[in-house]
Design a binder for this molecule. Structure first.
Ligand SMILES: Nc1ncnc2c1ncn2[C@@H]1O[C@H](COP(=O)(O)OP(=O)(O)O)[C@@H](O)[C@H]1O
Ligand SMILES: [Mg+2]
Length: 390
């Protein structure tokens, strides 16, 4: 019922324009690879004496430092990045760069919602044998965990008694945000295909949709580092080959439209309201009966950097689901054609029980876990189909 209501609003207030997604060339490459390289499953016994990224750090060793060591230095992240000649990015308030007693550096993200997403994404990556996401832990600091002689009281106050995520800080001379499009493409072409494929697999299955150049690092050896993965927490509906619909707003006033079974089969993918680069006023008039003004403000603030706000919107199950077409630099996530058997075996072996070890009940619903497996099935079918086609 509610859907019909909004379709009529859509046809009167907004013109539904057809558009076609141009697939990003980076994600349409098919390549045959030797997947025994960097992204194949790793032992944890690598030396941790050198604090460089990827195969050179011991993940469990770093986790241990992040969770137990004393902080000897804390810097405002943006200040630290600017001092290092990097373009600062990110909107999370209160991020710090921490240095631990042994010299290990890390990013502190305060709070629980996003930090829980960061930690879970790290654990999910480990579950599928990937070193894509730097070691990340959840920590609540007590006063003894801070070296008070070295850290000023204001910064110490941002840590003591607070909970947040701590993620290993990957140092790299490469600043993707300071590059133009051509420079980035040249660099991206040097990143091993198996890493790109593994990243796509991870992003699709675990729902990392927030893909922009500020959420990705490339280190000096041209290895990918996936950062800022808290977007995996958003519920989403996606058909392989398309961009996901994100559940952006739950209605503050429940309607009678609740559906019994939140499954992809029931989701009305083919009946969106299409907003072609809407103004804030256009968007507001569509959603204002269901979304608090403050939520609309927050959403629009978040979107303000998008050159194109074009979106498809679906009202479903007491919520507004948005496919943010204009936001994506990438286009839909696509699998490559060849993976190591080992990588795919990890994905094939995922079960609700295994996922539950990483995605705890208190933070992730049964629907959420089922949707991970549904996405796994979709992308594995696409990979298998590609492998069988002549
Ligand atoms: N693990 C990390 N190693 C190095 N730099 C990082 C790491 N995590 C974040 N950063 C830097 O901090 C910036 C902001 O972090 P991010 O997690 O994206 O914050 P936000 O959630 O506010 O977008 C990133 O764009 C990157 O430059
Ligand atoms: Mg970010």
């Amino acid at each position: 019922m509610i859907l019909r209501k909004f379709q009529s609003i859509a046809s009167s207030s907004f013109v539904a324009l057809l558009f076609s997604l141009s697939l990003h060339p980076l994600f349409s490459q098919a390549a045959v690879l030797d997947c025994k390289a960097l992204f194949s499953v790793t032992s944890d016994s690598d030396s941790s004496s050198s604090k460089t990224w990827f195969s050179k750090i011991s993940f469990s060793g770093v986790e241990n430092i992040l969770i137990n060591e004393k902080v000897v230095k804390a810097e405002n992240l943006k200040v630290a990045m600017t001092q290092n000649g990097k373009r600062p990015s990110g909107t999370t308030v209160g991020m710090l760069r921490l240095t631990f007693a042994d010299g290990t550096m890390a990013i502190w993200k305060p709070g629980t919602w996003s930090p829980m997403g960061e930690v879970t994404a790290y654990k999910a990556a480990r579950l599928v044998g990937s070193r894509l996401v730097p070691p990340t832990v959840l920590r609540t600091f007590d006063a003894e965990a801070i070296d008070h002689a070295k850290i000023d009281s204001e910064l110490a106050g941002q840590l003591i008694g607070k909970t947040g995520s701590i993620q290993f800080f990957v140092e790299t001379p490469i600043d993707l945000l300071n590059m133009n499009k051509e420079q980035r493409q040249t660099l991206w072409a040097q990143v091993p295909e198996n890493q790109k494929n593994d990243r796509n697999l991870f992003n699709f299955v675990f729902g990392q949709w927030d893909l922009h150049w500020g959420n990705l690092l490339v280190d000096e050896s041209k290895s990918i580092v996936s950062i800022d993965n808290s977007a995996i927490r958003n519920r989403q509906m996606v058909r392989y080959g398309e961009l996901p619909y994100l559940r952006k707003f739950s209605f503050y006033r429940l309607t009678k439209n609740s559906v019994d079974s939140i499954t992809r089969a029931a989701f009305p993918f083919d009946h969106p309201i299409i907003l072609k680069n809407p103004s804030k006023a256009d968007f507001t008039s569509l959603v204002k009966n269901f979304v608090e003004p403050l939520e609309i403000e927050r959403f629009w603030h978040w979107r303000k950097d998008s050159a194109d706000n074009t979106m498809n919107i679906i009202f479903w199950d007491n919520a507004i689901w948005i496919q943010a077409i204009g936001y994506s630099n990438y286009g839909p996530i696509r699998a490559g054609t060849v993976y190591s058997d080992k990588t795919l075996d990890y994905y094939r072996a995922l079960t609700p029980e295994k996922l539950r070890e990483v995605f705890p009940n208190k933070d992730f619903s049964d629907d959420y876990v089922r949707e991970i497996l549904d996405r796994r099935n979709q992308i594995i079918s696409a990979i298998d189909d590609a492998a069988q086609s002549p």
